[in-house]
Design a protein around this ligand. Structure first.
Ligand code: NAP
Length: 546
C-alpha cells in the first residue's frame, strides 16, 4: 500500500558517514530531515563490506570526524589502520551519541525521486511504498555502494557458496578446510586473500590485472602517536582540510628524475618501511610524469620479486601496463608473501580468461578449478552506479541516468543542472574517492548546510546550477584529469570496469584544498553559477517556517 509521509524538509538517502553528519548538521539548523537507509544499521560502506581483513587504508586518527571536539576526545582508536568492526562501532557510537537513529528509517531502499516543477518539491519513493515529499533531497549514497558481479555464464548453476566482498554475510564465513576461489585482485581482494589463504585448504586467486600494493605495517596505536595527535589535532585537521588529498602525507617537492637513483631508492625504501599510501607521494611528479612514475613502479616490482619466491608467480604479479597510482594503490598486510604458501595458486585470467562458472567451480580457457566457495572481489559500479540505479527525475521528467549516459555532468560534483534542490555528497566531479572520504564528506555537508541556511535566511526555496556553470566545471574536471596519468589506466575511476560504461575520469583530481577554496568562493559570491529562486506567492514553502 502506498502511504504518504509528510513534514520533512530534507530527505537524506543513506546512513553512512555522509548521511549521519548531514542529519546532525540539519538538526543543528532546525531543519527537519530524515534518512532513508537500505541496510538495517548505520555505517554505509562499513556496514556492508565485512569481508575478512576489511580495513581502512587511511590511518584511523585521520579517518574520523573532526566536527566535534567532544567526540574526538572520547573516542579512542586501537590500531594505526582501523579494521571494519571498529569503524562500524564508531559509526554506531556517533549515531547514538548524537541521537541520530530516531530520524533514520532502516531497511528502506529509495527507488525513485521525482521533482515537481510546479511546486519545486521532490517526492521520494521507497521499496516499502513510502512517498516522501521533501523540499530538498540529499544523496548520501556513497561512491562504492553498488557491488558488481560480472555477468559470467553459468553463475546460477554453481553448487557451492558465492559471496561478494561488498555484501559480506553479517555472521562471517569460515573457510576452514574449503577450496576457495577469489576472483579479482583489487583492494578488497588484496586485504582478504591473506586471511582466506590462512583458512582454506586451497585458495585459487583469479587475477586479470595485477595491482600495485604497498605494506600497511599496521599495528596498535602507540601512546606517543596518540599523544602527539591529541596535542596537535587542530593543526593536523586544518592541514588535512587544506591539503591535496585530506591525508597527512609528506609530499615530496622534488621530481623523481632530479635525484640520483640511489637517493631516489632510499626515499622509496623509507616510505615502503613507513607503510601506507604515502608511498605514492614520495616525489612531486609521480602522478603526472610517466618517466618519474616508472621509477616508483620499478621499485615496487623489485619488491614483489624480492618477496615472491617462485619466479613465474612473481612475474605474473608484476603490474606493467598502467602507471602506479592510476588504479587505486592498495595497502596490504602480507599480500605478496601469501603467494609463497603451498595452498595458494595464482591463475592468470588475462591470458586464459574465465569462460564460465560451472556447478563445481571456475572454468578458464585452459582448465577447470573445483571450489567449494567463490568470492567475488570484483568491485563496484563506482560513483554513478548507485545514483543511476535510483529513478531520479528532474525538470520535465528528465532522467538523471539519461543525462549521464555519456558520463556524469555536475557543477562542483554537488549539484546537477535540471535537478534543482538535489545534492550529491561526494558526487562525481568532486575529489571524493581521491581523498580521505571523511574530510571530503565534512566539506560537502558543511557546504550544503550553509547553503540551506542561506536559502532560508533569504526566503529562497530552490537552487540549481546553470548549464553554463556545469559545462565549465565538467570541462575543468576533464582538463585537470588529462594533465595527469590517471586516464591511462582501465580503472573504475574511468568507468572501465563496467561493460558499456562511458570512459570518463569521474573524480576531480585538482586537489581537495583547491576544491574547497573554489566551493567557498562560489558561496561567498552569492552562489555563483547557481540560479536561486523564491517560492511562488501562492505556495510559500520556505524552510524556516516554525
Ligand atoms: P576493484 O578495485 O574494482 O577490483 C576489482 C577486481 O576484480 C579487479 O582486480 C578486476 O580486474 C577484477 N575483475 C572485475 N571483473 C572481472 C572479470 N570479469 N574477470 C576477472 N576479474 C575481474 O574493487 P575493490 O577491490 O572492491 O576495490 C574498490 C575500491 O574500494 C578500491 O579501489 C578502494 O577505493 C575501495 N576500497 C578501499 C579499501 C581500503 O580502504 N583499504 C578496501 C577495499 C576497497 P581488472 O583490474 O582487470 O578490472
Amino acid at each position: 500500500m502506498v502511504k504518504t509521509v509528510c513534514g520533512f524538509d530534507v530527505a537524506i538517502v543513506g546512513a553512512g558517514f555522509a548521511g549521519l553528519y548531514m542529519l546532525h548538521r540539519l538538526r543543528g539548523l532546525g531543519i527537519p530531515a530524515r534518512i532513508y537507509e537500505a541496510g538495517s544499521g548505520v555505517g554505509g560502506t562499513w556496514f556492508w563490506n565485512r569481508y575478512p581483513g576489511a580495513r581502512c587504508d587511511v590511518q584511523s586518527l585521520e579517518y574520523s570526524y573532526s566536527f566535534s571536539d567532544e567526540l574526538e576526545q572520547e573516542w579512542h582508536w586501537t590500531e594505526r589502520y582501523a579494521a571494519q568492526p571498529e569503524i562500524l562501532r564508531y559509526a554506531n557510537h556517533v549515531a547514538e551519541r548524537f541521537d541520530l537513529t530516531r530520524d533514520i528509517q532502516f531497511e528502506t531502499r529509495v527507488t525513485g525521486a521525482i521533482f515537481d516543477d510546479t511546486t519545486d518539491r521532490w517526492t521520494i519513493r521507497t521499496d516499502r511504498g513510502d512517498l516522501i515529499p521533501a523540499t530538498f533531497c540529499v544523496m548520501a549514497t556513497g561512491c562504492l555502494s553498488t557491488a558488481k558481479v560480472p555477468d559470467f555464464k553459468g553463475l546460477e548453476i554453481f553448487r557451492g557458496c558465492r559471496y561478494h566482498t561488498g555484501h559480506w554475510p553479517h555472521k562471517g564465513v569460515d573457510f576452514t578446510g574449503q577450496r576457495v576461489g577469489v576472483i579479482g585482485t583489487g583492494s578488497s581482494a588484496i586485504q582478504s586473500i591473506p586471511i582466506i589463504a590462512g583458512q582454506a585448504s586451497h585458495l585459487f586467486v583469479f587475477q586479470r590485472t595485477p595491482n600495485f600494493s604497498v605494506p600497511a605495517h599496521n599495528g596498535p596505536l602507540s601512546p606517543a602517536v596518540t599523544r602527539d595527535w591529541e596535542m596537535n589535532r587542530n593543526e593536523y585537521r586544518h592541514r588535512a582540510r587544506t591539503s591535496r588529498t585530506g591525508i597527512l602525507h609528506e609530499w615530496g617537492t622534488e621530481s623523481a628524475l632530479d635525484v640520483p637513483p640511489e637517493e631516489r631508492d632510499r626515499a622509496y625504501e623509507l616510505r615502503w618501511q613507513r607503510g601506507g599510501l604515502g608511498f605514492g607521494a614520495a616525489f612531486s611528479d609521480i602522478g603526472v610524469n610517466k618517466e618519474a612514475n616508472d621509477t616508483a613502479a620499478e621499485f615496487v616490482r623489485a619488491k614483489i620479486c624480492g618477496i615472491v619466491r617462485d619466479r613465474a608467480v612473481a612475474e605474473m604479479l608484476l603490474p606493467k601496463d598502467y602507471p602506479l597510482g592510476t588504479k587505486r594503490l592498495c595497502v596490504d598486510t602480507g599480500y605478496y608473501a601469501t603467494f609463497n604458501r603451498e595452498n595458494v595458486t595464482l591463475v592468470d585470467v588475462r591470458s586464459t580468461p574465465i569462460e564460465e562458472i560451472t556447478p563445481a567451480g571456475v572454468r578458464t580457457s585452459t582448465a577447470e578449478y573445483a571450489v567449494d566457495s567463490l568470492v567475488f572481489a570484483t568491485g563496484f559500479d563506482a560513483m554513478t552506479g548507485t545514483l543511476c540505479s535510483i529513478d531520479i527525475r528532474g525538470r520535465a521528467g528528465a532522467a538523471l541516468k539519461q543525462k549521464w549516459s555519456q558520463g556524469p555532468r555536475s557543477y562542483l560534483g554537488i549539484m546537477v543542472a535540471g535537478f534543482p534542490n538535489l545534492f550529491t555528497i561526494t558526487g562525481p566531479g568532486s575529489p571524493s574517492v581521491l581523498s580521505n572520504m571523511i574530510v571530503s564528506i565534512e566539506q560537502h555537508v558543511d557546504w550544503i548546510a550553509d547553503c540551506l541556511a542561506f536559502l532560508r535566511q533569504h526566503r529562497l526555496t530552490a537552487i540549481e546550477p546553470t548549464v553554463d556553470a556545469e559545462n565549465a566545471w565538467v570541462a575543468h574536471v576533464n582538463e585537470v584529469a588529462d594533465s595527469t596519468l590517471y586516464p591511462r589506466a582501465n580503472s573504475w575511476y574511468m568507468g572501465a570496469n563496467i561493460p558499456g560504461k562511458p570512459r570518463v575520469f569521474m573524480p576531480y583530481v585538482g586537489g581537495l584544498g583547491v576544491y574547497r577554496q573554489k566551493c567557498d568562493e562560489v558561496a561567498a559570491n552569492g552562489y555563483e553559477g547557481f540560479t536561486l529562486s523564491a517560492p511562488a506567492p501562492e505556495a510559500d514553502r520556505s524552510v524556516d517556517r516554525p
